[in-house]
Design a binder for this molecule. Structure first.
Ligand code: SF4
Length: 343
């Protein structure tokens, strides 16, 4: 029996969130509206043997009210692989829900967000990759996890922001076509050079619209204002940003960095969801500056999660062609194999 949450408990938990604009502002009235929805979702989860996987970038009431697993794309793909639930509600964007379906073909995977694209994933199709493969037959095709199942099915191995450098380094082929993130690709080239690894790397021209907009000047002014600040950025930012950062990592790695370093002032260059999480989990650490929101991630709402659990529309279910699913699964399993081989 799940203990229902009260509006007061929810307000006490979320009232101190300061970063993230109107969407992340919690009043007593708002918590009174949200608490019954949270309780209904949690009761339905138990009834339907469902789990909710939530990306760190979705809104705080989802993360703290109903999510069973919270993390970045790699952590969630592992959680998706290990769950024994019959139903997976993937509160994030569609390509992530597709990854959960690829790893769990017999489970019902539901995607609740209404605007569930991604500027990176939507920049390339499987057809593009097929053409590139005929153009570059001697290349290993490496895709970032932010790709559709259609694209993964055409690639050799997939990577996430937490394992990208180590996997690219260990791919035997010297010729690599990395897609779709041009900025992450540029960062791979810099990192391979730093590690003394010889690779010939070609890049697709996609970007994450949230991370590409950061300007290195901003870091300069932030350091003038806060000389002790630690700048923490995501590998989807440009090389100019990474060069000026004290730490670069996936969202899970950023959390570990903030948790484990003795510094107490941070400027976080990624989506607002991470800053709100950090604010709640480490209230003793000070976060300076603003953050940027992803419209796709923030289109996830409790109301849509409730709707897909109660009576999903046909388009809420992830349905994939079995052949495509098998090929895409191979691409993801190659990533797990590289990761396991490193341990
Ligand atoms: S933050 Fe960027 S990469 Fe992530 S879902 Fe949004 S647009 Fe895509």
């Amino acid at each position: 029996m799940i203990t229902p949450i009260t509006a007061q408990l929810l307000f006490d938990k979320l009232k101190d969130i300061k970063i993230g604009g109107q969407i992340c502002l919690f009043t007593e009235e708002k918590c009174c509206e949200l608490a019954p929805v949270i309780n209904e979702i949690n009761a339905l989860k138990a009834e339907k043997n469902a789990v909710i996987l939530a990306h760190t970038y979705v809104s705080p009431e989802i993360i703290f009210g109903v999510a069973d697993f919270v993390g970045d794309s790699y952590a969630l793909s592992v959680d998706a692989k290990n769950t024994s639930a019959d139903v997976i509600v993937f509160s994030a964007v569609k390509f992530m829900a597709e990854t959960a379906k690829i790893l769990n073909p017999d489970k019902d995977v539901l995607v609740p967000s209404t605007l569930n694209g991604c500027s990176l994933a939507d920049s390339i199709t499987g057809e593009h990759v097929r053409k590139l493969r005929t153009q570059y037959p001697d290349f290993a095709f490496v895709c970032y996890i932010n790709t559709t199942a259609d694209v993964k099915a055409e690639c050799d191995v997939c990577v996430t922001s937490s394992n990208v450098y180590d996997i690219v380094e260990r791919i035997p082929n010297q010729n690599i076509y990395f897609l779709p993130d041009k900025l992450m690709g540029q960062n791979i080239i810099v990192e391979m050079k730093r590690r003394g690894v010889q690779k010939n790397i070609l890049l697709w021209d996609g970007t994450c619209y949230v991370h590409e907009e950061y300007d290195p000047e901003l870091i300069h002014y932030m350091r003038l204002e806060h000389p002790d600040v630690k700048v923490v950025s995501h590998p989807e930012c440009s090389p100019a940003i990474l060069k000026q950062s004290d730490y670069v990592g996936s969202t899970s790695q950023m959390i570990d960095y903030v948790k484990n370093t003795s510094a107490n002032q941070f400027f976080i260059l990624t989506e607002c969801g991470l800053t709100t999480r950090l604010q709640l989990e480490f209230p003793e650490k000070k976060l300076v500056g603003s953050c940027t929101m992803c419209k796709y991630m923030k289109s996830n709402t409790l109301y849509d999660i409730l709707r897909v659990l109660k009576s999903p529309n046909p388009e809420d279910h992830i349905v994939l062609n079995p052949d495509l699913q098998t090929k895409a699964r191979h691409c993801i399993e190659q990533m797990f194999a590289y990761t396991a081989a490193k341990k």
